[in-house]
Design a protein around this ligand. Structure first.
Ligand SMILES: NC(=O)c1ccc[n+]([C@@H]2O[C@H](COP(=O)([O-])OP(=O)(O)OC[C@H]3O[C@@H](n4cnc5c(N)ncnc54)[C@H](O)[C@@H]3O)[C@@H](O)[C@H]2O)c1
Length: 250
């Protein structure tokens, strides 16, 4: 087992499936104690069991990231080992059903902004406070999207929310850089997870055609980047925004 995260505590939101699940498995494989968090309890406990059966350390904490009180409870849940929060992966997110901006309802708009931007603001805010109080620094990784770096017609609310996550990461990072708290944003391109189901099979094959490498990304490929940013190997990196997209530029 690789041990580069040995002794560190990590929380991953949206950890029951997709990128969050692979990230949890990888952080645990690298030695971290992982708090697997999601609204999907059955799938979340399955991730914990997989980690435990591989000899790793993990526990499940239920958290709906659209509820501020849930996030306060989650970030206050410091594992018993050493009561520190070293790594926070703000990953939970949803996509909107493809709709042009002028047809987006206020209800859909509010839901996407709450789920994909305000939730990350809360997670980053409460985690940063803990890390500053502990005076030992830490690494926060916000999962944004290449949709936040350019225009993606019919994904307007999602694009706006993810652009906000990028700004939240870069601005927040500079505010606390001198205290050893690092904040970076990861921007995956289209990656093979359930979130793409909103696009349907035709939409997915159109995405694939638009990726220079000719295929969708794999959740583990994104997890590898997140694990690097979580580790001390990236100790001089903060306020950075990383594309991981098979070369996609539109
Ligand atoms: N898959 C892609 O193509 C892609 C591309 C760019 C960015 N992303 C981003 O990656 C992140 C992970 O997405 P994924 O592709 O793994 O999707 P996914 O649908 O496979 O996983 C999302 C996870 O979030 C959880 N979740 C949903 N609502 C929640 C809530 N209210 N509270 C807590 N958890 C909740 C789900 O239960 C699920 O486990 C998202 O932020 C997404 O926007 C994904």
């Amino acid at each position: 087992m690789e041990q580069s995260l040995n002794g560190k505590n990590a929380i991953v939101t949206g950890a029951a499936l997709g990128i969050g699940k692979e990230t949890s498995l990888l952080l645990a494989k690298k030695g971290a104690h992982v708090v697997v968090s999601d609204i999907k309890e059955k799938e979340g406990f399955a991730v914990v069991n997989e980690i435990l059966s591989n000899g790793g350390s993990a526990e499940f904490v239920s958290c709906d990231v659209s509820q501020e009180e849930d996030i306060i409870r989650l970030t206050n849940h410091l594992p018993n080992q050493n009561k520190r929060l070293d790594i926070m992966v703000n990953n939970a997110g949803i996509a909107n059903k493809p709709t042009f901006m002028h047809k987006v309802t206020t209800e859909v708009w509010n839901k996407l902004i709450l789920m994909d931007l305000t939730s990350v603001f809360w997670c980053q805010k409460y985690t940063t406070k803990h890390m500053l109080d502990d005076r030992i620094g830490g690494s926060i990784i916000n999962v944004a999207s290449i949709a936040g770096l350019g225009a993606s017609p019919s994904l307007g609310p999602y694009c706006v929310a993810k652009a906000g996550v990028i700004e939240l990461s870069t601005t927040g990072a500079l505010e606390v850089a001198k205290y050893g708290v690092r904040i970076n944003a990861v921007c995956p391109g289209w990656t093979e997870t359930a979130i793409l189901d909103v696009a349907g099979e035709r939409g997915k094959s159109a995405m694939e055609k638009n990726i220079p490498m000719g295929r969708l990304g794999k959740p583990m490929e994104v997890a590898n980047l997140i694990a690097f940013l979580a580790s001390d190997e990236s100790s001089f990196i903060t306020g950075s925004v990383y594309r991981i997209d098979g070369g996609t530029r539109s």
